[in-house]
Write a new protein. Sequence first.
Length: 227
Amino acid sequence: MRITVIEHEAEAGLGYLAGWLGLACEVVRPYLGEEVPGRAADGLIVLGGAAAAWEDERSPWQPATRDLLRRAVDDATPTLAVCLGAQLLTMACGGTVERGAHGVEVGLREVAALPAAASDRLLSGVGRAVAIQYHQDAITRLPEGAVPLMTGDPYPNQAYRLGAAAWAVQFHPEATPEIFASWTADPPLEAAEKLNAEVEAAESALVSTWRPVAQAFADVVRTTART
C-alpha cells in the first residue's frame, strides 16, 4: 500500500505524518519539476504551501493537482488535504476560496468539533483541541455535499469531509515545532518568538490529538486499498 503525497515546497513536508502513518509515501515535488500523476496510489495527501489556491502562474502544477484531487474524490481514493491542499480540493470540487477577511491566522489556535465529527472515521476522537495555523486565505463556501466537521474563530471552515473518503483540514496536523519555526522565520514575523514558544509548549497536546487522526487515515487507506 502506498500514499501519493503532493509537496508544494521543501519547507512544508510531511512532518509528523511521515512517522505516524506507518505506510509507504511516494512524495511528488512538482516545484522541482516532478510531474503530478493523473491518479493517486492507494491514498492521497496534498500538503500546504505559500501560494494561493488560484495562483496558477505562481505554482503552475496547481491545475493538475486540482484535477488529481477531483479524480480522487470521484474514485473514493482516501484523501487528506492540508491547508493549501484543502483549498485546492475546495476549488476543484466547486467550493470557494478567497483572501481571508480577517487577515492571516497564524500560531496555536483552538478548533472545535461539529456534531457530524462524532461519527467521522478520522475526527470522532477530537472534541475541542489546539492546532497549528498559518494561512491568509479562507474556505468561504464548501463544495456541494461536503460535511462540516470542525470550526474555529475567525475562520469557521476548519475541516470537512467530501464523498466517501476525502478530508480537508485548514490547519496543520503535520507541522512540528521546528517546521512551524521555519515558517515564522521566512518571511520573519514580528511575534515569531512568542508564537514559536506557544507551539513548542503545546507539542505533547498536538501529538496526542493529531497522531490518532493520522493513524485513522492510514487505516482507511488500508481497508480500501486496491487489490
